[in-house]
Ligand binder design. Sequence first.
Ligand code: NAD
Length: 501
Amino acid sequence: MPEHSTQPEPARLQHFIGGQATPPASGTYFASTNPATGELLYGAARGDATDIDAAMAAARAAFDDPRWRDLSQTRRGHLLRRLGDLIADNAEDLARSESRDNGKLLREMRGQLTSLPEYYYYYAGLADKIQGDVIPTSDRTVLNYTCREPLGVVGAITPWNSPLTLTTSKIAPALAVGNTVVIKPSEYTSATILRLAELVVEAGFPPGAVNVVTGFGAEAGQALVDHPGLAKISFTGSTATGSRIAAAAASRFIGSTLELGGKSPNIVFGDANVANAAMGVVAGIFAAAGQTCIAGSRVFAHRSVYDELLERVTERARSIRIGDPLDDATELGPLAFEAQRDKVASYVDLGRSEGARVLTGGSPSDGGLGGYYYEPTVLVDVHNEMRVVREEIFGPVAAIMPFDSEDEVVRLANDTEYGLAAGVWTTDLSRAHRMASRLEAGTIWVNTYRAMSPMSPRQGFKSSGVGVEHGTETIKEYTRLKSVWINTSEEPVADPFVMRS
Ligand code: NAD
């Protein structure tokens, strides 16, 4: 924080460890700004290995505490349900706080806060349905059964673009099966995750069930990943960081769930309802200022509708209202921080130098508020070899390309290191199924885009991730399977040198 600021001293946010606001061991804080205005919001505790040690110890103590360890599955479900209720009660404050932190539209945040409790209710409902099997091995005198056990202390590292939702995707299933958690939120968005941790305690979870250490990736994040007490790491963020985290986890034989980057194709066929498809393209790349992992940043339009789609998308892009994310009339807020805005600008400049033509947008803006905005941008005359088409920009920049045949667009769409999501716009039912099967992505949307539910599993293919979030499959990510053999026979052991079955 500035030492000689003339501003009033901003709030200082502490870590949340063992149910208590806890100052950083180093005594240092870092500044967090509002990207819509550039104004200082608060100072957050700058976490390091000492703080991570304290959080890990609190989480381990909570994990071993019989009040948590022996709590019935039904009671764990009750606690999650209460947490969902508390989030619903605090929805407006949480929505505003996150909107100030990362610039997301308040109305989008209100929408997210409406569905967020449902994630907790979903895992509350699953908590008492986690059970093993009895295995009918060939020896009838042996009872062999399996059970799913919690792992221990789970680390959760999350990005800035949807902190509450992405953290919930990890802590709700982790807690449902009896783990405890240490969260390292993004250094750009500490506030709502600290508040969430307070609500966890208010809901009745034991102190230490969820701990938060704020700070930077290379300090607090790395210390969490390297901590010998960690049983698993669940990470959402860039592919580059995910790759390092996966390697560290693998070297210690702990599991990792990785939700990483994307460069998703949004494909419009000649038989599509072009008006709807254009809205889907706009939603895919300009909602949340393009700062979503699932952004439909590569748009492929069949040559027969290419001009019409381009016209509709460009016209809508030109009319998008840039402004204060807290204002209900605003359609495009800022990028989450200055360096992200500069990254988007440099990608568009790179596209120009590669030969792309900017149909609309293409400039940074301060949104009239002194913030870090970038105009909604449409690039044409682009192809799959350009870096603007291959690399994740994470901003409001669409690259729109024509195609002639289904085979061609399947090849182009799959020609990417990523495989997070894909959109298909068609009225041909057979084509919809063919495309769903042929596209290499973990989520396929047909005649819709950006749909999500706690019930529906999602998984990144290729460099977009490893492991599943949401749905019943996630339970496996946060448990380990034990197989128990009980000999019920009273016969003497016949031959100790022969394997039994
Ligand atoms: P990032 O990888 O820079 O940071 C993510 C988190 O990792 C932050 O908390 C950061 O502090 C931490 N971190 C950074 N270096 C670390 C290290 N060495 N050790 C441990 N932790 C470290 O990503 P970002 O810029 O915050 O987020 C944007 C990225 O997230 C984009 O690539 C986007 O596609 C991806 N994302 C993916 C999903 C998904 O579900 N697949 C969802 C949202 C965002």
